[in-house]
Write a protein that binds this ligand. Structure first.
Ligand SMILES: Nc1ncnc2c1ncn2[C@@H]1O[C@H](COP(=O)(O)OP(=O)(O)O)[C@@H](O)[C@H]1O
Ligand SMILES: [Mg+2]
Length: 185
């Protein structure tokens, strides 16, 4: 996402969270590491309001799945969601560790522990009622103790998601819960 795509001025805060560094961006969609008012790390995913509907739908899909998981087990908790004049955004916990891609290249990595951690995390995810849908090695985060968690739920599916209510106010966890990729629109 370029500054001109986001607006006239560079974005340095979103929804009261400070953007520390951009991690990934593609077109009018970006992921940042950010900070809350106490200096705690958060992940912020932002999409331009005028981006293709599919991109915004993917952000909603992530919100539906993470809300369903409610921070339990192998996924980040939703901290806030909302929008400003230009952007729709989702703020989640920042997960400690490194991506699977980086972790598996570390010297002395215990491969059996790594795969056992992945299997257990995946089982917990599915018990929580969510299929990830995009399990690439950059969407898996491994902590120092081989605890495995997942990020990037934009392609996820909640097979038995209830119909969206759309009644939550923006700015609260689950605030823009409107639709899921698993539901007809
Ligand atoms: N909650 C999080 N905690 C820790 N790292 C994260 C988190 N969310 C994203 N990341 C990091 O940012 C990268 C890009 O985020 P991701 O959600 O996968 O975006 P993209 O849609 O661009 O693949 C991930 O590969 C991971 O390294
Ligand atoms: Mg990803």
């Amino acid at each position: 996402m370029t500054e001109s795509e986001r607006g006239d001025a560079p974005v340095s805060t979103l929804g009261g969270f400070t953007l520390r560094r951009g991690i990934a961006s593609q077109g009018c969609h970006a992921v940042y590491q950010g900070e809350d008012s106490s200096g705690g790390l958060v992940a912020i995913r932002a999409v331009c309001l005028d981006a293709h509907e599919d991109l915004r739908q993917r952000l909603d899909t992530e919100l539906v799945s993470l809300t369903r998981l409610a921070g339990a087990g192998p996924a980040p908790a939703v901290i806030a969601d909302g929008q400003n004049a230009k952007l729709q955004y989702l703020v989640t916990q920042w997960l400690p560790g490194q991506t699977w891609r980086a972790y598996r290249k570390m010297p002395d990595v215990e491969v059996h522990r790594l795969f056992a951690g992945a299997a257990s995390a995946l089982a917990a995810l599915h018990r929580g009622g969510v299929a990830h849908g995009d399990l690439s090695d950059n969407n898996i985060v491994v902590d120092d103790d081989y605890t495995v968690r997942f990020v990037d739920f934009e392609s996820s599916v909640v097979p038995d998601a209830p119909p969206p209510s759309g009644v939550f106010p923006h700015g609260s966890p689950g605030g823009s819960l409107r639709r899921s990729s698993s539901l007809p629109r």
